[in-house]
Structures are given as structure tokens and as C-alpha cells.
Ligand binder design. Structure first.
Ligand code: MRU
Length: 368
């Protein structure tokens, strides 16, 4: 997607390793958005792990690709099996819920372990680059497959198609295009009138800070809404469809996504609003039969008790919004049962959120 008119990805090779010099990977520091566009260089696996843990990069697909580059960075000083395993374990421990992290690390280990040590570093950079390109292409295809769903609604009504989304499943959460936003960008670019309701997504405000910034950059009409607004909008016929992303979808079609997604699915169900989940196939965890088995990340209570913002003077600062004596808890994800999901939008097509349909669409993954 474009930032100030320049085609930009969320992660890129800043400097490939050459002549004994270590390589470097560039990322957008998403903790600085929307008030500043800042980039950072990652030079070690520890840098990559910190970027994932502290959410400079976030979103299931991008976490996976950053970890893949983290492996490549690890092999510069020491391409041994022990170092490979150490980097794998370091990166895998950064965030528990998004399964793309494990998927990308396993893909890297599978390719690298069988190579002689001298060949591993170069091969790792190629493999991570291929995973990044593959993610961008998968997301573009999710957009192509989701576009007819928006076009159908547009054909049946006057005015814009109103789409509600939660968190940031936009291009910032992936390498490019996004998952939930890919059909939106495709619709907008093909001249269909769309308007997006952007859930602010407390506590970290990925909707207000990131999705809104993306949509504004691309010129897509949108409004940011407080998280509790969606039900009211749906009751009043102001939402035509919901599209969200997911961090892990289990073999039975249960969808784990940012905390608050489940409540939107319940409201959509009660009001007859279609609830779609857009996902790349690496987000499907065929090893789990139910969303109840997904580890739910608990993050610092400070993300609930405090909030970041920009003052009228232009300083970006953090303030406390709760009493000193009140503790907080911070569950980062919830699970939406498959029965509340209208369909899943994948790179292979739109599929029912049920075990047989998923296994039929991805037989090689289901069998593995
Ligand atoms: O905690 P985050 O910001 O990493 O959570 C991201 C989300 O929940 C996204 O909706 C999900 O990863 C899908 S991203 C394509």
C-alpha cells in the first residue's frame, strides 16, 4: 500500500548480508502511529523478538514474517543447529496466540535444518523473503475473493456499503494489503462506494490508531467509533457487513481474534448482519479441534489503566485513566464460535466455518 504516495510494505530487507557484514531488516514502528511514521532496523534475533513482544510489529501474519527474518538474523554469527533452535525458541516465546508465528518458524526450521551450516544464512534470507512475498500475494487474493461479497451488497442498495471492522487486520498487520481490509481496498479501488466503521479497539486502540490511519492514507471513507457502538449501529440498519481478521482459527471454524470480536459477532447475529472473517491459510490451526484450546495472551494491566495520546501542544504522552487503587486485567483475545461466523474469506475462496468445508478447501493442511 502507499504511504504519502510511496509503495510501502510493513517489513523489508534494509541490507542483505554481504562480505561478512550482518544484514538488517526494516520495519515500521507501529507504536508511534498515527502521530509519527518512524522506521526501525532489526539486526539480531533479539531485536526481532523485542519488536514482536513490544508490538512495534503486530498482527498475526506480520509477526510470523518478522520471526522468519529473526531466524535469518540469528545465523550470521553462528549457523549451528544449537543457534537455530535457540533463535526459534526465543522468537516463539514472544506472543502465544497468533499461530502464524509457529507456522513461519516451523517453515524456516524445515528448510534450514537439512542444509550444510555454510549455506544456511543465505538460504534463510531467501526463505524469509519468499514467505513475505507469499503473504502479500495471499492477502491480495483474499481481497479478490472478498470483493464479490461487497459488490453484491452494493448492487442491492443505494449509497455506500457500510462495513464494520475490529482491531487492525489491515496492511499493517500483514506484509501488504491486510486481510479484513483487502476486500475493502479492492472494492474502493474498483469504484464501489464503501464506508468503514472502525472500532477503536481498546485497550491498545489498534483500530483508532492503525486502521484509521491506513484508511485515511488510502482515501477510504470511514469513522472511528467507540467499541460499544457497533450494536447500536447494527440495530439501526447502519452496518451491511462485518469483516474482521483472526489470529488463529481452529479446525472446527472457531475464530480467535482481538478482544471484543465475540461481542460484535453476537450483535451481528442478533441483527442478521453477515459476519465474515478474512484469513490466510497459515492462520488455520488444524491441530486444534476447538477455539477453547487456544492460549489467550494476557498483557500488562497498564494497557488498560493508561492510554497514549497527543496533546494540543503536539507532545505524545501517556496518561492514567483509572484510580490508583483499582487493579485491571488485560485479556488480549477472545474466541467467536463458528456458529456466529457467516463465512471465512481465504486465498482459495469463501468457505463455511465448519470442519468439513475447511478440510475440503485445505486438504493438505488438514491431513498434515
Ligand atoms: O494484538 P495484535 O494487534 O497483534 O492483534 C491483531 C489482531 O487481532 C488482528 O485482528 C489479527 O491478527 C488479524 S491480522 C490480519
Amino acid at each position: 500500500m502507499k504511504v504519502e504516495g510511496r509503495p510501502t510494505r510493513t517489513i523489508w530487507v534494509e541490507r542483505p548480508p554481504a562480505d561478512g557484514q550482518r544484514g538488517a531488516v526494516g520495519i515500521i514502528d507501529q507504536t508511534r502511529l498515527p502521530h509519527a511514521f518512524a522506521t526501525e532496523s532489526l539486526e539480531t534475533p533479539e531485536d526481532a523478538a523485542r519488536a514482536i513482544r513490544d508490538m512495534l510489529v503486530r498482527g498475526a501474519p506480520l509477526i510470523g514474517i518478522t520471526a522468519a527474518y529473526g531466524i535469518a538474523l540469528a545465523l550470521h554469527d553462528d549457523p549451528s543447529d544449537a543457534r537455530l533452535r535457540e533463535a526459534h525458541d526465543l522468537l516463539l516465546a514472544t506472543r502465544p496466540t497468533a499461530v502464524n508465528l509457529r507456522w513461519a518458524l516451523e517453515a524456516m526450521m524445515h528448510r534450514l535444518r537439512q542444509l550444510p551450516e555454510a549455506e544456511r544464512e543465505a538460504a534463510a534470507w531467501i526463505a524469509a523473503g519468499e514467505l513475505a512475498d507469499e503473504d502479500a500475494e495471499i492477502c491480495r487474493t483474499i481481497g479478490v475473493n472478498g470483493l464479490p461479497l461487497i459488490r453484491d451488497i452494493a448492487a442491492r442498495k443505494a449509497g455506500p456499503v457500510n462495513i464494520l471492522t475490529h482491531c487492525n487486520a489491515g496492511w499493517l498487520a500483514t506484509v501488504d494489503w491486510g486481510t479484513a481490509t483487502a476486500p475493502v481496498y479492492q472494492a474502493h479501488d474498483s469504484g464501489i462506494e464503501v464506508h468503514v466503521w472502525v472500532d477503536e479497539t481498546r485497550p491498545r486502540n489498534q483500530g483508532a490508531a492503525l486502521t484509521a490511519w491506513e484508511l485515511a492514507n488510502h482515501g477510504v471513507p470511514h469513522h472511528v467509533i467507540a467499541d460499544n457502538t457497533g450494536g447500536h449501529l447494527m440495530q439501526n440498519g447502519l452496518v451491511d457487513m462485518v469483516i474482521v481478521g483472526t489470529d488463529r482459527t481452529t479446525a472446527n471454524g472457531d475464530v480467535c481474534n482481538k478482544i471484543g470480536t465475540y461481542l460484535k459477532a453476537l450483535a451481528a447475529h442478533d441483527n442478521g448482519v453477515p459476519f465474515y472473517v478474512a484469513l490466510p491459510s497459515p492462520t488455520i490451526d488444524f491441530s486444534l479441534g476447538s477455539g477453547r484450546d487456544i492460549p489467550i495472551e494476557e498483557r500488562s494491566p497498564e494497557e488498560v489503566t493508561h492510554i497514549w495520546g497527543r496533546t494540543a501542544q503536539g507532545d505524545v504522552t501517556q496518561v492514567q485513566i483509572t484510580p490508583d487503587a483499582s487493579p485491571a486485567v488485560n485479556y488480549a483475545f477472545d474466541v467467536t464460535p463458528a456458529r456466529l461466523v457467516t463465512a471465512l474469506i481465504t486465498e482459495r475462496g469463501v468457505v463455511a466455518a465448519d470442519p468439513a468445508a475447511l478440510a475440503a478447501m485445505f486438504p493438505e493442511r488438514a491431513a498434515a
